[in-house]
Design a protein around this ligand. Structure first.
Ligand code: ARG
Length: 285
């Protein structure tokens, strides 16, 4: 009875918008050093499985009607498959990355060369930052993580380089060392519906939790199990949400919010500490 009397919560009208992604084939992918708690160089990567899983993700994007450009893998850079970390691009502006660990620093040059080649104006950073690993772009704001990789000073630098305000968020759990493993943009707010996110509160400081609840009332707060399954490391086009297959509760929660979950298997990349979003850089409008 109670249920009949309850007014159903209005579901925002979801609409997919065609996206432009950049991916880097995993031909060099391996785990030969450990720079996050997920990496263990004694656990072998199955390179054939990695190649197939990456291809499935790539083909999923094409099947959804998106554009995917490829960045050439560079020998000696086994984490380059995690293309999201190389820069942040909005329109013709790009803010380059400056990686925290020496093992990844050379990746930034490959991204700069590629993005300059597309006619983008690239701002070289003075501060450590790991691109879309810690900067998540919404239509009128950029959410920025700090605590493990990207420095707080980079947040202001990014705001100036990209011409969009930045909201700083403090990450406190080393398992969620980048913002894109702790928070997902489901709808960037660039269309009819308001911006919408999913996030794991345990990854953030109390102050940042308050900030997120104020900015995104009614956002989806996922379980630790979904977050540990890399569920938040997802890519949404505003309707289709490509996410790791293991994040089953999150996938179920997306449906009544009006989204269409598209599960993929990316288990080999979890050995490097990444999943869907880490493998996908977006060139934002
Ligand atoms: N092994 C990489 C690192 O620790 C993984 C990067 C994951 N990328 C991401 N966007 N979270 O730097």
């Amino acid at each position: 009875m109670a249920q009949i009397l309850t007014t159903p919560r209005a579901v925002a009208p979801r609409a997919a918008r065609t996206r432009h992604y950049v991916m880097c084939p995993p031909t060099q992918f391996d785990v030969v050093y450990a720079i996050n708690p997920w990496m263990d160089p004694t656990v072998a990567v199955d390179s054939v499985a990695a190649r197939l899983q990456w291809q499935e993700l790539h083909d999923t994007y094409l099947g959804l009607g998106h554009r995917v450009d490829l960045l050439d893998p560079v020998p000696g850079l086994p984490d380059m498959v995690f293309a999201a970390n190389g820069a942040v691009s909005i329109g013709t502006r790009t803010y380059g990355a400056a990686f925290a660990f020496p093992q990844r620093q050379a990746e930034a040059h490959a991204h700069v060369d590629f993005l300059r080649g597309t006619g983008r104006e690239v701002s070289r950073p003075a501060h450590v930052n790991e691109g879309e690993g810690d900067f998540l772009v919404l239509a009128d704001v950029v959410l920025a993580g700090t605590g493990f990789r990207t420095s707080r000073d980079a947040h202001a630098e990014a705001a100036a380089a990209l011409g969009r305000p930045v909201v700083s968020l403090d990450l406190v759990d080393p398992r969620f060392y980048h913002l894109d493993v702790a928070l997902a943009v489901l709808d960037d707010g660039g269309g009819e519906a308001p911006a919408d996110i999913a996030w794991f509160p345990g990854a953030f400081s109390r102050r940042s939790r308050r900030t997120l609840r104020r900015l995104f009332p009614g956002s989806w707060e996922c379980s630790e199990a979904d977050a540990l399954a890399f569920g938040l490391n997802l890519v949404s086009d505003g309707w289709n949400v490509v996410l790791p297959r293991e994040a089953t509760d999150l996938a179920s929660a997306l449906v009544p919010r009006g989204y269409r979950p598209v599960p993929v298997a990316l288990t080999e990349f979890v050995k490097g500490g990444g999943s869907v979003k880490c493998c996908t850089a977006e060139l934002h409008r």
